[in-house]
Design a protein around this ligand. Structure first.
Ligand code: ADP
Length: 206
């Protein structure tokens, strides 16, 4: 179970903004797991389970899986022991209802709120990256739908998180540049500063 040591990091941003890449990089640097809800759902689909078949239809449509299902998946994942020192959430929360659920979960366990990074990237760049990626839900129509669904939720989520350890990140640079920005901000967080394994970075305000 996530026990409040280290950090619970949330990555927000449109599909194709590079959240997955940064989650993996942060995971390697900080030694905490990267949890991608999209990945978890795709694994369920590949398993051929009844739930997987239902989820596959949702993924193909570009719509979101229900909050209730996602909340249960995350609550159970955070209870696993590899999350003890924190984790990186890539793709969750995606709606205000999910964000509220996560806050409630943390509050009930007396744990601090997550640190939220919101990846900012131009739509043209995002579409280009997704077209190159070629995942089964990266078909032009599904991409358009996913971006639409993202925009429908994004402003409300931003409003929800504003003023609560919320950082807007310019994500159009190279993976190294973006990681550098994230680590500089994280190095100012008390939980992380106390972890000796992590090098300290000087913070420049963007
Ligand atoms: P991307 O961010 O590139 O769209 P993801 O791998 O994060 O890709 O998500 C793929 C799909 O999985 C989404 O389009 C959505 O259908 C589903 N999904 C992932 N995370 C969530 C979530 N937190 N809530 C609802 N649906 C989700």
């Amino acid at each position: 179970m996530y026990a409040g040591g280290g950090n619970l990091i949330v990555l927000l941003g449109p599909p194709g903004a590079g959240k997955g890449t940064q989650a993996v990089r942060l995971s390697a640097t900080l030694g905490i797991p990267a949890i991608s809800t999209g990945e978890m759902l795709r694994r369920e689909c590949e398993s051929g389970s009844v739930l997987g078949k239902v989820v596959q239809d949702v993924l193909n449509s570009g719509q979101l899986v229900s909050d209730d299902l996602m909340n249960r998946v995350i609550a159970s994942r955070l209870r696993e022991c590899d999350c003890e020192n924190g984790c990186i959430l890539d793709g969750y929360p995606r709606t205000v209802s999910q964000a509220r659920f996560l806050d409630r979960l943390l509050k009930e366990a007396n744990l601090p709120r997550p640190i939220v990074f919101d990846f900012q990237v131009e739509t043209d760049e995002v579409v280009e990256r997704l077209n190159m990626r070629g995942r089964t839900d990266d078909k032009p129509r599904t991409i358009r739908e996913r971006l639409k669904v993202y925009r429908q939720n994004a402003s409300k989520l931003v409003r929800y998180y504003s003023g609560k350890q919320y950082y807007r990140i310019r994500a159009g640079g190279t993976p190294e540049e973006v990681s550098g920005t994230l680590l500089r901000i994280l190095s100012c967080q008390p939980a992380l500063r106390s972890r000796t394994a992590v090098p300290s970075y000087s913070v420049q305000t963007a």
